[in-house]
Design a protein around this ligand. Structure first.
Ligand SMILES: [Zn+2]
Length: 396
């Protein structure tokens, strides 16, 4: 048994004493004097939460940036060189890189992780089988979800689609998508929506990762979400082209996005690096308009790492606070309200996407951040002070 005194439950906005006893976490209402004082740790108001979320990663590609060089720095080249390199990756190599990044994420406090895994004729289900082994091995410490991701499209290659369906049969948690890189983006999305519905899984797709204002497949995604009655189960990652359009174009789209409970996942580290490559002056940032999405439309956003040291993005430490800090810089977010918004975007909002509860009572794990407010945690990229694992508390 142990008691954490003065624990600030940031998502419930209250400071409490927490009792961990008999595989249970509960908020203590009794006076602390009756307990053995050696069991009490004073957190002095540090933030306690179930953990951070990182709802958009690519663990199968992580940590190969030095070996697989993207000379132009564009998304197109990254996809092309990855396609050639992919079949040469051994199972051992995939396992070790994935595990290393999961451990990095765990160290930084991530407890809910959703990763895209390429599924196609090139790699088949090799990476998926490996992430599922890791998902099972880590199940008492964190929640890992796999997204079966058709990085190379499927409309011109029937095998790719068969593997995608097989991935869902073999327990992939979520279905991914990338309409812009298939021969018919609308059909790509429609086929995915049918497949997601058939296997009762969420759809989490790469949408409009471009500066081209005319590319707005988000509109098709919204229409299909409504048509298939899939409200609250669809996530659109990137949505960069919204940032290339005027408010009068963007607002009606976001209004409809809210109506179908679409989640949006901005990925500032990757998009600051990849977008704006065609601009020679007034270089665009390429980050979806976070403030308008949240403040004007009340849409659920979850910020993620995306690529970690690979041909798509040479940066990354699998640290959600770092992603939030980059978003703060890139999206002009520096007020207390902004930091609270960004903190929710790497925790509570991601839990919503992954259909998880954020309340501390009855949780299987939690973290204590070495900071007392979201502002301090993000600006300081604060390490975690401690964490609960298997109902034991570890101070770092
Ligand atoms: Zn991605």
């Amino acid at each position: 048994m142990f008691i954490l005194k003065n624990a600030y439950l940031v998502h419930e906005d209250k400071t409490v004493n927490l009792l961990v006893n008999l595989n249970k976490v509960k908020i203590l209402t009794e006076n602390l004097e009756q307990f053995d004082q050696t069991d009490i740790i004073d957190l002095e108001g540090r933030m306690v939460l179930r953990g951070y979320t990182d709802t958009h990663m690519h663990l199968d590609k992580a940590l190969i940036g030095e070996k697989v060089v993207n000379a132009s720095g564009t998304l197109e080249e990254a996809i092309k060189i990855m396609s050639t390199y992919k079949p040469t990756m051994s199972d051992q190599d995939i396992y070790e890189r994935m595990k290393k990044v999961i451990d990095m994420a765990y160290e930084h406090g991530t407890r809910y992780l959703r990763t895209n895994i390429d599924i196609d004729d090139n790699i088949k289900l090799r990476s998926l089988d490996i992430i599922h082994k890791l998902r099972d091995a880590y199940k008492d410490k964190m929640v890992i979800e796999s997204i079966a991701f058709p990085q190379e499209g499927f409309l011109d290659n029937e095998n790719n689609f068969s593997y995608l369906e097989l991935a869902l049969k073999k327990g992939a948690d979520v279905l991914g998508g990338i309409p812009a890189f298939d021969s018919n983006p609308k059909l790509h999305l429609e086929k995915l929506m049918e497949l997601a519905k058939k296997y009762d899984v969420d759809l989490d797709a790469h949408i409009d990762e471009t500066d081209d204002p005319k590319t707005l497949t988000i509109k098709d995604l919204i229409r299909l979400t409504k048509k298939y009655n899939y409200q609250g189960r669809v996530t659109a990652a990137h949505c960069c082209s919204l940032a290339a359009n005027d408010k009068k174009v963007v607002d009606p789209i976001l209004k409809k996005a809210k109506e179908v409970e679409l989640n949006i996942v901005p990925l500032p580290s990757t998009n600051l690096y990849l977008q704006g490559r065609g601009d020679t002056k007034n270089i665009r940032r390429g980050i979806t308009p976070i403030k308008s999405i949240v403040y004007d439309h009340g849409i659920n956003i979850s910020i993620g790492s995306d690529n970690v040291r690979d041909p798509f993005n040479c940066f990354g430490n699998a640290n959600p606070l770092e992603a939030a800090l980059i978003a703060a810089h890139g999206a002009h977010m520096g007020s207390t309200e902004d930091f609270n918004t960004l903190f929710d975007a790497i925790s509570k909002n991601g839990m919503k996407i992954m259909h998880q509860d954020f309340h501390i009572e009855n949780t299987d794990f939690f973290i204590v951040v070495d900071a007392k407010s979201p502002r301090d945690a993000i600006i300081g990229v604060s390490p975690i002070y401690g964490y609960m694992e298997n109902y034991k508390f570890f101070i770092k």
